[in-house]
Write a protein that binds this ligand. Structure first.
Ligand SMILES: [Zn+2]
Length: 277
């Protein structure tokens, strides 16, 4: 599944190609993904100028003139291929939506498993959309501070790993980045959330955005079928210190303490039992 850094990378590629241009043509090639495409999608998009883009958690929002926004989620296997209109004679399989601009840019939404979604909403009501309304703190924003995390964590007895994955607390953080952040901060994934000390919430508030930025800079994690906007593979997996490295020597304390894997809430957690307390 594309994680936040991949979605940010896709959003930036989409923005670079579409912002400031007019949507000249829209093809909707099937009635639905996870849910039906809005019946008036083509009518609302064609002829409109694209004003700006925004990412919220793993959602991409494209703002148009006339106060409409297109909301896009890539689901489990979706990708957005950005290219030039008219150069791609054979569209790829599973390309369900194509947008073209009057400047010749083309965006194709390819989603073989169709867990993605597209919706239209009023820009002024973006934050109250049913899929966005309950999302927590944006990890790449000024809201992400040690004291803010401490507030969120107060009284929570669940393991810190579950708290960091809880989208109602912090939006858009996935398994890989949570494992990496906890390792970098020396926090054991099973620690009860409410036991984190001030220094630890402060360290997390720094480590989480740092790891996400690092991943964005390298083009996202791309573990499985995800490819970024221009079709190339991302390279963040080369930067993983613990994720997927069960049995490898800990990069911090060395060969005597190999990285371990355990299962928490059905997901794999990778950690160093020596460095993470
Ligand atoms: Zn270690």
């Amino acid at each position: 599944m594309p994680e936040l850094p991949e979605v940010e990378t896709v959003m930036r590629g989409f923005r670079d190609a579409f912002e400031g241009h007019r949507i000249s043509h829209v093809s909707v090639n099937r009635p639905d993904l996870r849910w039906p495409f809005p019946a008036d999608l083509r009518e609302k998009l064609e002829g409109r100028h694209v004003l700006s883009f925004r990412r919220r958690a793993k959602y991409i929002l494209m703002r148009l003139e006339d106060g409409w926004s297109m909301l896009l989620h890539l689901g489990m296997s979706g990708r957005l291929t950005i290219g030039r209109a008219g150069t791609n004679a054979t569209p790829p399989a599973h390309e369900h939506l194509v947008l073209e601009t009057d400047s010749g840019a083309r965006a194709g939404l390819v989603d073989p498993r169709r867990f993605g979604m597209v919706d239209l909403i009023q820009t002024s009501e973006e934050n109250s959309h049913r899929l966005l309304a309950h999302l927590g703190m944006e990890p790449l924003s000024d809201a992400m501070t040690g004291p803010a995390l401490a507030d969120l964590f107060r009284g929570r007895r669940s393991p810190i790993k579950s708290a960091l994955l809880d989208q109602k607390l912090i939006a858009g953080l996935g398994n890989i980045y949570v494992c990496e952040a906890l390792f970098r901060c020396g926090i054991h994934p099973e620690r009860r959330t409410c036991t984190l000390r001030k220094e630890e919430t402060g360290a997390l508030a720094e480590a989480v955005p740092q790891i996400l930025e690092q991943a964005i800079a390298s083009g996202g994690s791309s573990l499985r079928d995800y490819v970024q906007a221009d079709g190339t593979k991302g390279g963040f997996q080369d930067l993983h210190l613990v994720y997927g490295r069960e049995g490898a020597p800990c990069p911090n304390c060395g060969a005597e303490s190999p990285i371990q894997r355990m299962t928490q809430s059905g997901r794999s957690t990778f950690f160093c039992p020596t460095c993470q307390k």
